[in-house]
Design a protein around this ligand. Structure first.
Ligand code: C2E
Ligand code: CA
Ligand code: CA
Length: 553
């Protein structure tokens, strides 16, 4: 039992800790675990089923699969068998070991909770991190709120608060800090809300507030609370020695005016929250029924996306990228669009975050990659011989096992030269696990694919770190381009990025160039490529071919 694995170090902290493979075969069990279950023969080599109550085996595998899929620890409750027969309720966590197809399964004795049913009920309905009601209880509370609002004729509002760019915190500082930030945010919000209103954790980095409002101008009452929330969040959060400045986007749905039940109120608040994000984040937006005029009742955005994928509602638009100095077309960025029936063309800002958190991005992203390669090959054949296509890659896609193979497969099946593909990734992806990121990047470089750092300047990467990576392109974020040449600070930042890139031999694309003045400034500073509304908006393939392909010889 003297396994040198680091899991051993943890063994004394938990009542039970073992290591298993994806099939549930036990690879290691600490002495402490054996003593806890009163086992005299080591279960190593046996299936996990010998230790878990038959009714809970499915929960174990489901959590393991989830942990493997999303790369985060999963929590569940199950019964372990003492002496192989006596069930003991356990509070369990399962985590996939980094880079391996193995899992650590840690469990704490929860039998004392079982003795206290009320406590267990609280545990199952409340979020363990914040102590707030969880999603199921939130839905229950909304239903209760709707009943009393109907009877007592008062207004009921549902606010959804989502941390802007939370992934960046998680990716760069780790999920433990991310968790503590959510906890601190929940505590701060408790101090801002009205007594009697319910704050809940609706998921991930999302809090929900059910507000009861009486009086004539109810909307004004809600706005006052929302503004209080936004301004209280402006104060920095101190988490484990880190000082974090964050903002949130808040979506507000109103019962009576908008919703007719718990799920639809939630999805309306979600739509409003994405509207707030789209409008620039750090703000609130009320649900606008016009946005949802032909919505199928309570169909959630996620369900609609699944259906949309099956119905072929997704498409790619292409935004041209030109040489700043000569005006020659160099390539295009593929940008996803969703032609959602009744909603028109839905912006990716609205559905990509959801696709990312639900995992759908893996399918959507692969589809986009394959389609963009085919399209680029067609345009090359139509005359744009040196044309490249740039495809956005989400963090989840990038880190998924076999990503490089997926890329080369897409290239090979389309016949596009590897050097005609550029992949856009954000700084956060590189910082969360630099070793892994570097290995994937090197694989892609070896395959001949170019890598661009998207939204450059908004992340946390240090310049010395970038130097070590096999990158080809930096894309200066639109936020730095917006106010040049008027804003001295942005002028300084853009100039610094350009000289840094020159030193590292990187090509620079300026994004979001809208006016001639910006173009002139960037051109004079030696920026290589331009992408923006000034030189060409994202367009469908017919328009792109019409407007852009003929400009190539
Ligand atoms: P991004 O990668 O930074 O893409 C550039 C965004 O800036 C695009 O927004 C583009 O339409 C917009 N843009 C370009 N020039 C200008 C300009 O001059 N002015 C203004 N105001 N905007 C300009 P879009 O198409 O709405 O995409 C938003 C984001 O959604 C993208 O930001 C990208 O992060 C994500 N996205 C789009 N397609 C995909 C995809 O296929 N996969 C993944 N993972 N993400 C995607
Ligand atoms: Ca991009
Ligand atoms: Ca960008």
């Amino acid at each position: 039992m003297s396994d040198p694995h680091p899991v051993n170090l943890l063994s004394s902290l938990a009542d039970f800790i073992i290591r298993v493979n994806a099939e549930g075969k036990i690879l290691h069990a600490s002495d402490h675990s054996l003593a806890f279950l009163d086992l005299h023969v080591s279960p190593v080599g046996e299936p996990i089923n010998v230790l878990i109550h038959p009714e809970d085996v499915a929960a174990f595998f489901k959590s393991a699969e989830m942990a493997g899929l999303i790369g985060e620890k999963q929590y569940f409750v199950c019964r372990l068998l003492r002496q192989g027969v006596l069930p003991v309720w356990m509070d369990c966590h399962i985590l996939r070991l980094h880079g391996l197809n193995e899992y650590v399964f840690v469990a704490f004795d929860a039998s004392h909770w079982k003795e206290n049913e009320a406590k267990l009920a609280h545990l199952s309905t409340h979020d363990r991190l914040t102590g707030l009601p969880g999603r199921a209880l939130l839905e229950e509370k909304i239903r209760e709120g709707i009943n009393s609002a109907t009877q007592e004729k008062h207004g009921l509002f549902l606010l959804l608060l989502d941390i802007d760019g939370f992934k960046k915190v998680n990716d760069t500082l780790g999920y433990m800090i991310g968790d503590k930030l959510i906890k601190a945010l929940a505590e701060r919000m408790q101090g801002v809300i009205q007594p009697g209103d319910t704050l809940a954790r609706s998921g991930g980095d999302e809090l929900a507030l059910i507000m009861t409002v009486v009086g004539d101008d109810q909307k004004k009452g809600v706005e006052a609370v929302t503004k209080r929330m936004l301004s209280s969040i402006q104060r920095p959060f101190r988490v484990d020695g880190n000082v974090l400045y964050i903002s949130v986007s808040i979506g507000v749905a109103i019962y009576l005016e908008d919703g007719d039940g718990a799920p639809s109120l939630l999805s309306q608040a979600e739509i409003a929250m994405y509207t707030a994000k789209e409008q620039g984040k750090n703000r609130y937006a009320f649900y606008d029924p016009k946005l949802d005029a032909v919505d199928n009742g309570s169909l959630s955005l996620e369900t609609a996306m699944h259906e949309g994928m099956q119905n072929g509602e997704f498409l790619l638009h292409y935004q041209p990228v030109f040489c700043m100095q000569t005006g020659v077309l160099k390539g295009a960025e593929a940008l996803m669009r969703w032609e959602r029936p009744g909603h028109g063309l839905v912006s990716p800002a609205k559905f990509i975050p959801l696709a990312e958190s639900s995992g759908l991005i893996e399918i959507l992203g692969t589809w986009a990659l394959r389609l963009a390669c085919h399209q680029a090959k067609l345009w090359q054949e139509a005359g744009a011989s040196n044309f490249y296509v740039s495809v956005n890659v989400s963090p989840r896609q990038f880190k998924k096992e076999g990503f490089t193979e997926l890329v080369t497969k897409a290239l090979d099946e389309s016949g596009l030269a590897h050097s005609s593909l550029m992949l856009e990734i954000t700084e956060g992806v590189l910082m969360s696990d630099p070793g892994k990121a570097n290995a994937i990047l090197s694989g892609l470089r070896d395959a001949g694919v170019k890598i661009a750092i998207d939204d450059f300047g908004t992340g946390y990467s240090s310049l010395s770190y970038l130097k070590k990576l096999p990158l080809s392109v930096l894309k200066i974020d639109k936020s730095f381009v917006d106010d040049i040449p008027k804003c001295a600070e942005d002028v300084a930042i853009v100039s610094a990025i350009l000289s840094l890139a020159a030193g590292l031999g990187l090509t620079v694309v300026a994004e979001g160039v809208e006016v001639q003045e910006q173009l002139e400034f960037l051109k004079a500073k030696g920026c290589h490529l331009v992408q923006g509304y000034l030189t060409g908006r994202p367009m469908n393939i017919t328009m792109f071919k019409e407007k852009c392909i003929p400009c190539q010889v």
